[in-house]
Design a protein around this ligand. Structure first.
Ligand SMILES: C[S@@+](CC[C@H](N)C(=O)[O-])C[C@H]1O[C@@H](n2cnc3c(N)ncnc32)[C@H](O)[C@@H]1O
Length: 228
């Protein structure tokens, strides 16, 4: 069956295909914005909460878990791509499992952690809404949900500033990457609504600045469960 090109399923298909190139790109530090800005931004934000336990949703090949493990933080990482989970397990630093956002939303993971984090891992539409629908249930009482994602204003380009599927591209990545999936653009207003609808209240919004361009390289949201 052919997968709809504007769908969460297509995103997963693309990651399965590109996992080997992704592992090399991350481990060789090929992604300049990560090296210069966003890796440190997500680390600083997570560590600012002094967590003892972290759930890394869409953990990829596991670099964030390995960094957090150095600080004696127990990390559980989930990702839908078996190859990524396999290499994460091999490198260590966390308890890594193959699990999709859809399975997560269906209640297939029962954990209670200090921080739930998603680092550039919320790319689709329904799958992302599913993550937000269960994120609160995965947190300890004083836990927080941290999301680093593309800065909506910086990546909007010439298109209208409104939610919708956008054409994917591996521009800036090595030529080994193929078949980019479309991704779902969200405005700041829509990101905020996802948090509120998921039962959260925003505590912080960070805009890490790229040292060369002087522009935001991403946005980092920090949210806590809203009081009843
Ligand atoms: C840009 S990578 C980020 C990986 C990692 N967080 C990092 O910082 O290197 C996006 C990740 O989201 C995962 N992903 C995308 N859709 C998913 C889904 N529906 N269920 C689980 N993982 C998914 C991909 O497999 C991929 O590892």
């Amino acid at each position: 069956m052919k997968i709809d090109s504007l769908s969460d399923a297509k995103i997963v298909e693309s990651w399965v295909k590109n996992a080997p190139s992704w592992i090399i790109a991350v481990r060789d530090g090929q992604i300049e914005s990560r090296r210069q800005v966003t890796d440190q931004a997500i680390l600083d934000t997570v560590l600012s909460r002094s967590p003892r336990s972290v759930l890394d949703i869409g953990c990829g090949e596991g670099w964030l878990a390995r960094e957090l493990a150095v600080e004696n933080i127990h990390v559980i990482g989930i990702d839908v791509v078996p190859r990524l989970v396999e290499v994460a397990q091999h490198a260590g630093g966390g308890d890594f499992r193959v699990l999709s956002y859809e399975e997560l939303a269906a209640g297939k993971l029962s954990v209670s952690v200090d921080v739930v984090v998603c680092n550039f891992a919320l790319l689709g539409k329904e799958s992302v809404e599913g993550v937000f629908s269960v994120a609160q249930s995965l947190l300890n009482r004083d836990g927080v949900f941290i999301v680093q994602t593309l800065h909506p204003v910086m990546v909007c380009g010439g298109l209208p500033y409104r939610d919708g599927w956008r054409e994917g591209s591996w521009a800036g990545f090595s030529s080994d990457f193929t078949d980019p999936a479309s991704w779902y653009f969200r405005t700041f207003e829509s990101w905020t609504k996802l948090f509120v609808d998921g039962g959260f209240r925003l505590l912080e919004m960070r805009e890490p600045i790229h040292p060369t361009t002087g522009k935001p390289a991403s946005v980092v949201f920090v949210a806590e469960p809203a009081p009843y």
